[in-house]
Design a protein around this ligand. Structure first.
Ligand SMILES: [Zn+2]
Length: 426
């Protein structure tokens, strides 16, 4: 018999809702997130930062204390007034799980309420066509994750899934992801919720990575593009601290946001079916780069270019040759790729007035050295508003789990009070 479990509400209003229960849930997430980011925050500081009335704020803090999510961490006296209560989150107050399905590997993290990784696992993605083997392995890995961390299932608020698109956001389904053979339409949210008995949220991998990056970055609202280098290359975009989801966020449509396949990586590159030249899709996909390396003798033949794991292994051999063995052909191939990624980053920065370009994703380690040598100066050289501000070009601060961390943080925020709203990330 099916067990009862809470259904996540997946509506994602473009702006904050107006009905009171939703606002209440939103405010609680907001206050909790501010305390998480700045432990030792006082109530009066929270009033200032949220614009809520002292009474409302006090009620929210009381509710969060009662729920075991925050606690008083002391009282500080400043000036003449009464000592002010300061708060911190209770790390063990709630947990969330992040799962990142990449065609080459599955990565899982368990986050506590402070946002720290309690435990993480990575396993190769089963190569058998269709989703069944992947879903079975996810069951096994979620069990292992909780067992190894000694966290009971009932303390987990929810599970977030980062997945390659296209996504049907309304149904939490992936629809024929090109790099996951035999998947067709898979109702991931429903299927994983049923198997795990948890509320589940599904997000595009690149957007999840962008969310993970700002969840962990102790800065104010950022405007960033996360250039996600996986089996494909895509961009997750955050403006004013809010992830962009695009027209595909509407009911009945597929989300294609972050498809940068037809931005120009190399103006002198090969022609593309879109009519352009040197698009990311024909110049900068990891499998294309490996193909070029094989043609030019920087890698031995035998890599299966349509096999994500084989491409990943080949890229790390290419990076080894470039960075540790001084192979000039390997080095040029990776630096050309880095110039392509920089050019894409520059187009996004010019279009969206970004302050940061962040690189990451499963294939990032192979490109890291070349990209960090080339992209920061190249992006800034061609950035149109360089006299106003520079663009910070960097690698992810989180590393290989960034997509899973973003998915877990989303699950935490959207399922914590069973009243999801726009995740406040500023
Ligand atoms: Zn094109």
């Amino acid at each position: 018999m099916a067990m009862q479990y809470p259904q996540p509400a997946m509506e994602r209003p473009g702006r904050r809702g107006t009905n009171l229960p939703r606002v209440a849930g939103y405010n609680q997430v907001l206050v909790l997130d501010l305390i998480r980011r700045s432990p030792g925050t006082s109530r009066s500081e929270l009033v200032q930062r949220t614009g809520l009335t002292p009474q409302t704020l006090s009620n929210i803090c009381q509710r969060l204390v009662t729920a075991g999510l925050i606690r008083e961490s002391g009282r500080v006296r400043s000036g003449m007034g009464a000592p002010r209560i300061v708060y911190e989150v209770v790390p063990t107050g709630r947990y969330s799980i992040g799962l990142h399905i990449d065609p080459a590997s599955l990565s899982l993290v368990l986050l506590d309420l402070t946002g720290d990784d309690v435990h993480a696992l990575t396993v190769p993605t089963p190569q058998a066509p269709g989703p069944e083997h992947v879903l079975e392995l996810v069951d096994e890995q979620v069990r292992a994750l909780l067992e190894e961390a000694a966290v009971p299932h009932e303390e987990v608020a929810g599970l977030g899934v980062a997945t390659p698109g296209p996504l049907d956001v309304e149904h939490g389904s992936v629809v024929g992801p090109p790099l996951l053979p035999g998947w067709g339409t898979v109702e991931l949210r429903e299927e994983i919720a049923r198997r795990q008995r948890l509320p589940v949220v599904v997000e595009k991998d690149s957007t999840a990575a962008a969310i993970g990056e700002i969840w962990r970055t102790p800065r104010d609202a950022e405007n960033l593009a996360f250039l996600y280098l996986g089996s494909g290359v895509s961009a997750g975009i955050v403006l004013d601290g809010q992830p962009l989801r695009g027209a595909g966020n509407a009911a009945g449509r597929l989300s294609h946001l972050g498809n940068i396949g037809h931005l120009t990586a190399d103006p002198d590159g090969p022609p593309c079916e879109c009519g352009g030249r040197g698009c990311v899709a024909v110049s900068s996909l990891p499998s294309r780069i490996v193909g070029t390396a094989v043609e030019q003798g920087a890698l031995e033949k035998g890599t299966e270019l349509d096999d994500a794991r084989s491409v990943e292994a080949a890229l790390s051999r290419l990076a080894e040759r470039s960075e540790h063995r001084g192979d000039p052909v390997a080095r040029k191939i990776l630096e050309d790729a880095a110039r392509g990624f920089a050019r894409v980053g520059m187009q996004l920065a010019n279009l969206l007035d970004l302050d940061s370009i962040v690189f990451g994703g499963p294939q990032w380690p192979a490109f890291e050295a070349a990209c960090l040598r080339i992209a920061p100066s190249l992006v800034n050289e061609h950035y149109v508003a360089k006299n106003d501000h520079a663009v910070d070009v960097r690698g992810t601060a989180i590393g290989g789990h960034v997509g899973a961390v973003g998915a877990a943080s989303l699950a935490m925020a959207e399922t914590m009070f069973d009243a999801p709203g726009q995740l406040y990330l500023g």
